[in-house]
Structure formats: structure tokens, C-alpha cells
Design a protein around this ligand. Structure first.
Ligand code: SAH
Length: 297
């Protein structure tokens, strides 16, 4: 593979070489990028979030390394976590570079370095949700500067809450607490080998510090919003009266504490006036955080 200081090689040639040695592992969600455009766009989007030769990038699922080689060209240091032994063998033989620290592991199970500044990844769509949860958790203890991800298009729409109410849900609400998510560009199936059945999108996450939200429990927001969105057609009052699963444990509340909490919510003014008669998709992220603040009070 072309090393950072040599002529760039077309990604489809790198993937060809990979596929002449190994088979696709469909159970690992392998769809490799063969189109230079989304590769350049992802990296440019990360550069707009401060990625440069001082950065330490976490790359999840590098596969044959078409993104990794461009990150190295930029001079960034990479920690790459790749679950496929084949992909790791390939990367080791082709992209032996001191800037690349490769782990043959499951990105969801191993500890990520504290010093990472950015995350860049074309992640397997099956693990987009847990990866994002993990990114958000990591960011809460070790602040990141920017994240650029390739995900399934509908998932991207839910991340950025593109159309209201359709794309409003627990995913977008939880991310909104810590990030400004932005749709950068759509990527057609023809940009990958093998081609996926769906369109993809590049999305960036820019950390935002909403001071007023520092004390709001992300876990509570996630739990309450998932519960209520799981009953999308019901009014908030009905869903909350059913006692969201696992909620009592979060605050060590008894069921009578919960009734008291519901009373407080009913009587709350401000941006929560009348919200019990609404459906979850009608509430703004600000209202969700007010709800959680009152519950935790
Ligand atoms: N980023 C490369 C490969 C994308 S395919 C490209 O854009 O071409 C997704 C990659 O993630 C595959 O290489 C797959 O083996 C890897 N992968 C799947 N599950 C993973 C996990 N849990 N942890 C780390 N890597 C994973």
C-alpha cells in the first residue's frame, strides 16, 4: 500500500488486493470504501473539527486501511481497533508505520486510550448505537475535539434529528446533550465493495458544552426517552405512570416515590406546562432534560 510520503493509491486497488487474499466476513459488517470522495470528505470534515498532525485519532474498524492511510498522510497518530484477524494481518503487512498502533480487538470491549482527540470511522452499521454510546461516555471523562462517522443514512437522520417529528427519538436527544451533530454528505451504495443495500451518510459530532446540562444524568435521559418513544403513540402521562423499566433503580426510588415524582411533573410550570398530555415526539430536547432534572431532584 502507498505509504504516506509516496503517491496516493486508488482505494479500489487497495481493496482489490485485500480481496485477492481474503474473503469478506459478512458477519462483521464489512463494506469497504472504494471511492476516494467519501474518504476525502470524512477526513476534511474531521479537519474542520481540528484534526491535524498533532491529533491522536481513534479509528474503529479500519478494514483494509483506506481511511488509515489518509490519516497517516496527514501526520496524525492513529490507534486503530479492528476485530478481523485478516484485516489486521493485511494492515500489518501493508501499512507498517510508526504512527499506527493497531489492536486486533472488539472496539466495544477494550479500553480506549485517554489521549485520543478525534474519532474517525466507517463503522459496521450493526454496532452504530453502542459505539455512539461508548463515544459519548468516553467524551464525558476524556473530552474529544471532533468525531466523523459514516453510518446508515436513516440512522444519520435520527442522529441529527433531521425531520421533526419523524427523526426525533432517544438517539438524537442523548447526543444533543453533548454534541452538535451535522449531516455532511450522503454516500451511495456504489462507493463500497461489497455494496450495502442502503445509502450511507457522513455525520460529524462537534462537542458543545451546555453548562446548564452538566448535572443532568445522561443515563436517565436515555432511559426515560427510550421508554416513552417505545410507546410513541401514547401520551407522556400514560407512559410515565407505567413506571419506566429499570427507572426506580437509577434513583433508588420506591414506587410511592415515583408517584410523588409524577405529581411534581404534573404541577411543573415553565417549559413543562401541559407536557403530560403530549406525545414523546412533540417534546424538545430541552423539555426532556427538564423532565429528567425534576425526576432527579
Ligand atoms: N473502515 C474500512 C472498513 C469498513 S467495514 C473502510 O471504510 O473501508 C467495517 C470494519 O469494521 C470491518 O473491517 C470489520 O471487520 C470491522 N469491525 C466489525 N465489528 C467490529 C468491532 N466490534 N470492533 C472493531 N472492528 C469491527
Amino acid at each position: 500500500m502507498s505509504l504516506p510520503n509516496s503517491e496516493p493509491e486508488h482505494p479500489s486497488r487497495i481493496v482489490d488486493r485485500y480481496l485477492s487474499r481474503y474473503n469478506i466476513e459478512p458477519n462483521l459488517g464489512q463494506n469497504f470504501l472504494i471511492d476516494p470522495f467519501p474518504i476525502r470528505t470524512s477526513i476534511q470534515a474531521a479537519s474542520d473539527l481540528g484534526l491535524n498532525n498533532d491529533s491522536h485519532v481513534l479509528e474503529i474498524g479500519p478494514g483494509p486501511g483506506v481511511l488509515s492511510v489518509e490519516l497517516l498522510r496527514l501526520g496524525s497518530k492513529i490507534t486503530a481497533i479492528e476485530i478481523s484477524q485478516n484485516a489486521c494481518d493485511f494492515l500489518e503487512s501493508e501499512l507498517n508505520h510508526e504512527g499506527l498502533n493497531l489492536f486486533n480487538e472488539d472496539a466495544l470491549s477494550i479500553q480506549w486510550p485517554d489521549t485520543i482527540t478525534h474519532v474517525v470511522a466507517n463503522i459496521p452499521y450493526g454496532i452504530s448505537s453502542p459505539i455512539l454510546e461508548r463515544i459519548q461516555e468516553h467524551h464525558r471523562s476524556n473530552p474529544l475535539m471532533g468525531i466523523s462517522l459514516l453510518v446508515q443514512r436513516e440512522f444519520a437522520h435520527r442522529m441529527v434529528m433531521k425531520s421533526i417529528p419523524k427523526d426525533r427519538g432517544p438517539l438524537g436527544i442523548a447526543l444533543w446533550l453533548d454534541f452538535e451533530c451535522k449531516l455532511i454528505s450522503d454516500v451511495p451504495p456504489s462507493s463500497f465493495r461489497p455494496q450495502p443495500d442502503v445509502y450511507s451518510s457522513i455525520v460529524t459530532l462537534r462537542p458543545v458544552s451546555r453548562i446548564e446540562l452538566q448535572d443532568v444524568s445522561r443515563k436517565l435521559v436515555r432511559r426515560i426517552s427510550s421508554w416513552c418513544f417505545g410507546r410513541r403513540r401514547r401520551k407522556m402521562r400514560t407512559s410515565l405512570r407505567d413506571i419506566p423499566r429499570g427507572i426506580l433503580k437509577i434513583g433508588k426510588w420506591s414506587s410511592s416515590d415515583w408517584l410523588r415524582i409524577l405529581d411534581n411533573l404534573e404541577n411543573e410550570g415553565g417549559n413543562l406546562r401541559g407536557f403530560m398530555d403530549k406525545r414523546p415526539e412533540e417534546l424538545t430536547p430541552e423539555q426532556w432534560t427538564s423532565i429528567c432534572r425534576i425526576i432527579a431532584r
